[in-house]
Design a protein around this ligand. Structure first.
Ligand code: HEM
Length: 254
């Protein structure tokens, strides 16, 4: 990779991290004004675990899981290491999403609120289901049992498409969730209170984060690096003589 494109990549990764951390911190500040975080089911903080875990898992971790192939490939990490980091980050993100769902269903049941009524509920549930399937199929196709190469490369395009599609669904889920939360907690958008202001800023920063991550991963600007990423993705889908279990983490992917 040329020095110029390496510098741009570093700047984009720094920008993405700054935006991602800002979304999580701003969400934490917003929820602090709505009762904070708590395990006590009687307190609003028990509900607040839902948006916080969703934001940390499905925005910050999921975005970083996507970035790994672009940023990690530039660092010269082996294919096996990149693939495992990608999988582990997404697995942790999914576990957080499941815990977040558990938090909201537990809170609703305890307080006698109905389930699955709103647009946010439906889009949110679809997002988690799609993500679960993506993780499951990714594991089956790329890790174990890894069907033959022609099947894996046919699935590769589907996996890439759904990776970005789910990221878009995450955005819709967060934006509709924030809107609902403001309606419940602030009584609507009649005046720009600090809660409304923070929620609006989160929305903008979230959209910027998704934009920067998507651009960083899909841009053809990093042409030299693209070859390597294609190689890495192909490696994840191709039949290597040595097989997955024999690949050593220290192996260079060049
Ligand atoms: C990707 C992120 C998210 C997903 C997948 C998601 C998913 C869900 C689901 C499936 C429910 C239904 C629970 C039930 O019916 O008992 C729900 C409820 C809820 N969520 Fe989220 N959520 C996300 C993020 C957020 C965020 C960021 C907020 C607020 C800041 C939020 C606020 C709410 C509220 C207020 C409810 C309960 C009210 C209602 O029943 O509509 N969610 N969420």
């Amino acid at each position: 990779m040329s020095l110029c494109s390496a510098c741009v990549l570093i700047l984009l990764v720094i920008l993405a991290e700054a935006l991602g951390v800002s979304v999580v911190v701003l969400m934490f500040i917003l929820l602090s004004q709505m009762g904070g975080l708590s395990l006590n089911i009687e307190e609003a903080g028990a509900f607040n675990l839902h948006p916080f875990l969703m934001t940390f898992g499905l925005v910050f971790l999921y975005g970083n899981g996507i970035l790994v192939y672009r940023a990690g490939a530039a660092t010269g990490l082996s294919r096996f290491t990149l693939k495992m980091i990608h999988f582990i980050i997404q697995l942790v993100a999914f576990i957080m999403a499941v815990l977040a769902l558990f938090a909201v269903f537990r809170y609703h049941r305890t307080h006698g609120y109905p389930n699955m009524m709103s647009l946010h509920n439906w889009v949110g549930m679809a997002t988690v289901v799609f993500f679960g399937l993506q993780l499951l199929f990714g594991f089956l196709f790329f890790l174990f049992p890894r069907p033959r190469e022609s099947i894996r490369s046919a699935y590769k395009g589907v996996h890439l498409f759904f990776g970005f599609f789910i990221f878009g669904m995450v955005a819709v889920s967060i934006l509709t969730g924030l809107t609902e939360q403001i309606f419940y907690n602030n009584g609507g958008f009649d005046s720009v209170t600090s809660k409304v202001l923070i929620a609006n800023v989160i929305s903008i920063v979230l959209v910027a984060f998704i934009g920067v991550v998507t651009f960083t991963v899909t841009s053809s600007f990093f042409e030299d690096n693209d070859e390597k990423i294609q190689d890495d993705i192909a490696a994840a889908t191709s039949d290597e003589k040595s097989g997955l279990l024999e690949m050593k983490p220290a192996e260079s992917s060049t």
